[in-house]
Design a protein around this ligand. Structure first.
Ligand SMILES: [Zn+2]
Length: 562
């Protein structure tokens, strides 16, 4: 009898729900969302719950209810599309901010339009004051030729002027600026650059390519530290309004690092930054000596990468090609980095666990980088490295000889690519390269099929820096009007699911952060890009009309559109 009572009691107790076993409440629950998680095991959800900075639940609206406590904020998304926080894998944020602050020449339609904008700015300048700006591109001008110093002299005979081409690899300067820099017909080209000269007279025509831009730029008074800070704040504001939750800063110095740290410490900026500094040189040496900074300011700031620039750009014919340019048989472009200091630096980077990412546009530059990486991997085997799988990257990997594509996967190198370059360059790349070399150009799908991840980026301010333009370019591989020329390899466009990964989990992998962020999964940092339309299903042209309605970083709504 006693035994029976015992059993009954046990049974009875088992039926009482455990009193404190309900889920602890979330800080914020997003419900009624059209959630794409980028997690192949559970690709869709309706609701997401966040506690502190992490995702604690992703699933149905009904199941999310148990995370709603008395102090939980519930956000009804009314069907908006939720994606893992978008990352721009290659951006120059200070340049984006400066583009807003100086003369912004984006969208300039003709030489006349260009000169009118410059004149308006010169008219406001004080005597002798520099006029600087960037963003022009001659592709759609009639004829599509570079502006000259003599064009600029007509609107600015006295004030020195230097204006960067959108790609950052060329600038046009007027006569006053060339004079201040002592550039004459006798000045020889600096290493890694070219002073473009008039074919008849031999006089410099004002166009300066790659490192030659520096000969004039050093004469421009540096931006004050206030201006440099303002550029960062403006760039961050623009990024989060567009839906970026992290950008990977493709180069710079410790001066940027100091500004970022100051702004984080003050709570002024919330955007995540994965930072690189330029090398080889003293800045890279400092990073190799001092070691990386990872996950500072609530996993917002990491500095662990050296950015190398191995050639110029295709538009300005500075990209290093194996064979001459099809439309300029006297040149094959040029490499912009010396082998010896690079080799020493690469070996040291492997020993100390520093990531390297190298700008390579032309097929010669891409082969050069693969050769150098391969030699470094041989010289410093995994057992002698601080990080066995160093995840070194090639930035752009733009024109790659098809024979070199499998080498990228074999070496474990990550091609970090910018879809918008393909839809901007399609107007001049065929003439620069000829039809045959377009095989292996902007070859996203070939890379993915070869077994590598392809993090996507914008390269802003080289391009606009808008996630919807990049996503559209990746899946459409056509210009915004739907145009793509002959031989433009439509099979290299990616699927929507691949494009989603290009801006979420793949950049996270390229930053050693795939366990931390990049998908909507329990335990990951709560970063979301919330959009007005379902870019995974709508017709491609509508992607360009899609707006960011909310940006969430570390579980905090940092931007909310109207
Ligand atoms: Zn860049």
């Amino acid at each position: 009898m006693k035994f029976l009572l015992f059993i009954t009691t046990v049974l009875f107790l088992a039926l009482i729900p455990a009193p404190q076993r309900t889920q602890s409440a979330a800080d914020i629950v997003f419900k009624n969302g059209n959630v794409y998680t980028a997690n192949d095991k559970a690709p869709k959800a309706q609701a997401v719950a966040v506690k502190d900075d992490k995702i604690v639940f992703a699933g149905t609206n009904a199941a999310a209810q148990k995370y709603v406590g008395p102090n939980t904020r519930v956000v009804d998304l009314k069907g908006s599309t939720v994606l893992p926080g978008f990352t721009d894998s290659h951006q120059h944020l200070s340049g984006v901010g400066q583009r807003e602050m100086t003369l912004n020449l984006e969208g300039t339609t003709s030489l006349e339009d260009f000169l009118a904008k410059v004149k308006a700015r010169v008219d406001q300048a004080k005597p002798g004051e520099w006029v600087t700006g960037r963003g022009w591109i001659e592709t759609h001008w009639q004829p599509p030729v570079f502006p000259t110093r003599w064009d600029l002299d007509k609107v600015s005979p006295n004030n020195p002027v230097i204006l960067g081409r959108a790609d950052g690899h060329g600038s046009v300067a007027n006569s006053a600026a060339l004079k201040l820099a002592n550039i004459t017909k006798d000045t020889i080209n600096p290493f890694g650059g070219e002073i473009s000269k008039d074919k008849q007279s031999g006089e410099p025509n004002g166009m300066l390519l790659d490192s030659a831009q520096g000969m004039v730029r050093v004469k421009v008074p540096p931006a004050s530290s206030d201006d440099a800070e303002r550029a960062v704040v403006l760039g961050v504001k623009r990024d989060i309004e567009l839906g970026w939750t992290q950008f990977q800063d493709a180069g710079g110095t410790y001066a940027d690092v100091e500004i970022f740290k100051k702004l984080y410490a003050a709570g002024t900026i919330k955007l995540r930054i994965y930072k690189a500094v330029y090398g080889p040189g003293p800045t890279a040496t400092r990073l190799l000596d001092e070691g990386p900074t990872t996950g500072a300011y609530g996993n917002r700031f990491t500095l662990r990468t050296i950015k190398v620039v191995s050639d110029g750009a295709l538009g300005s014919r500075g990209a290093a090609l194996n064979e001459p340019y099809s439309d300029a048989p006297d040149t094959s472009g040029f490499l912009t980095v010396k082998e010896e200091p690079l080799r020493v630096m690469l070996a040291e980077a492997l020993r100390t666990g520093i990531q390297v990412e190298t700008h390579a546009i032309g097929d010669r530059a891409n082969r050069f980088v693969l050769d150098e990486y391969e030699a470094a991997f041989k010289a410093v085997p995994a057992s002698e490295r601080k990080i066995a799988d160093p995840r070194w990257r090639i930035e752009h990997a733009q024109i790659v000889n098809p024979a070199d594509i499998p080498r990228v996967a074999k070496l474990g190198v990550i091609p970090s690519m910018q879809p918008s370059h393909a839809i901007g360059d399609l107007f001049f790349a065929p003439s620069r390269l000829g039809i045959k070399r377009l095989q292996g150009a902007y070859a996203w799908e070939s890379f993915i099929k070869s077994g590598v991840v392809v993090p996507g980026g914008s390269d802003a301010p080289v391009e606009r820096g808008e996630p919807m333009i990049e996503f559209y370019a990746a899946v459409a591989r056509k210009d915004p009007k739907g145009f793509s020329g002959e031989g433009w390899h439509p099979e290299e466009a990616v699927t929507r699911a691949q494009a989603l990964k290009m801006f979420t989990i793949w950049p996270a992998y390229a930053a050693f952060e795939e366990k931390l962020r990049g998908t909507i999964e329990v335990g990951k940092l709560a970063d979301f890009t919330i959009l007005s339309a379902d870019i995974m299903t709508i017709p491609a042209p509508e992607i360009l009309k899609t707006r960011c309605v909310m940006t969430v970083i570390n579980g905090e709504i940092v931007f909310e559109g109207s």
